[in-house]
Write a protein that binds this ligand. Structure first.
Ligand code: SF4
Length: 273
């Protein structure tokens, strides 16, 4: 498709589920992220614009460096090397929010939570409770499909050490805020995977028009907050914000997160109405 050591997949060159085209507008700074997120005519174009963003110099350099150097196990693969757009049902009942893609996970496969051990746990659980069509998610275009669910991240590019800076979080925020706003008509539950996603989602909820409590409630596994929906929502009854421990290798190896714990959160999210 492209050069064996290209730093990213050029938009519109045949990568499965690539939302962008060669003429999709590219944000080169924080101001352009605000402008392009606000001006996207619909969710599909918003995701296309997310997927070509170049606003954060450090993260662009990192994601492309990783895509060229590659991990030995994936040396023969082409890496996506671009921001990971929102993915899933355009009118979801459940919105799942994570912190950021992994360098050799989403940054390689082009799909959020896909291609690493955390994703293996996550998709297996989503499949068990009926929110995903398959038990595995290995690569964009593998036939996986979310059922009444959608996934997004607070930061769309893989950060070094999985740690985006405060400025990078702020710069990326308009992409999530606009996505949260666009799906507010249908969303009944928002699941935050991990404490960093929990922290990162509050400003996006506020920008999207949700009535956000002060002080902000604490994160925990199974923590619940009912939020008054924004004016753009079709219903006036509350939306549930739900905390879930991240299914990281550390958490799953140590038993801090078990399959039953994940399933319980996603059953609660699926059934909340
Ligand atoms: S982290 Fe967000 S704002 Fe920064 S370059 Fe990636 S997509 Fe753009």
């Amino acid at each position: 498709m492209t050069d064996a050591r290209a730093p990213y997949v050029p938009p519109g060159t045949g990568w499965p589920d690539d939302p962008a085209a060669p003429d999709t507008p590219v944000a080169h700074g924080a101001g352009e992220v605000i402008e392009l997120a606000a001006g996207a005519p619909d969710l599909a174009e918003l995701c296309a614009r997310q997927s070509v963003c170049r606003a954060c110099d450090r993260l662009v350099a990192w994601r492309e460096k990783v895509a060229v150097e590659r991990r030995r196990a994936f040396a023969a693969e082409e890496y996506w090397g671009r921001p990971i757009p929102g993915w899933g049902d355009p009118e979801p009942r459940v919105l799942i929010v994570g912190l950021a893609p992994a360098a050799h996970g989403g940054n390689r496969t082009g799909r959020i939570f896909t291609g690493d051990r955390s994703g293996d746990w996550l998709f297996a659980s989503l499949h068990r409770v009926g929110l995903a069509a398959q038990a595995t998610s290995v690569h964009a275009g593998d036939g996986q499909r979310l059922i009444g669910a959608r996934m997004a991240a607070t930061v769309r590019c893989a950060p070094p050490d999985n740690k985006p800076t405060p400025l990078e979080r702020t710069t990326c925020l308009p992409w999530l805020a606009r996505e949260v706003e666009d799906v507010a008509r249908s969303v009944r539950c928002i699941v935050c995977l991990g404490g960093f996603a929990w922290q990162g989602v509050w400003p996006a909820l506020k920008q999207a028009g949700y009535d956000v409590p002060r002080p902000r409630p604490k994160f925990g596994h199974g923590a619940e907050v009912e939020l008054a929906p924004p004016p753009s929502a079709a219903r006036r009854d509350p939306v549930l914000l739900l905390g879930c421990y991240h299914p990281s290798q550390q958490n799953t190896f140590t038993g801090r997160v078990t399959e039953d714990m994940l399933d319980a959160v996603f059953v609660r999210a699926r059934d909340y109405d």
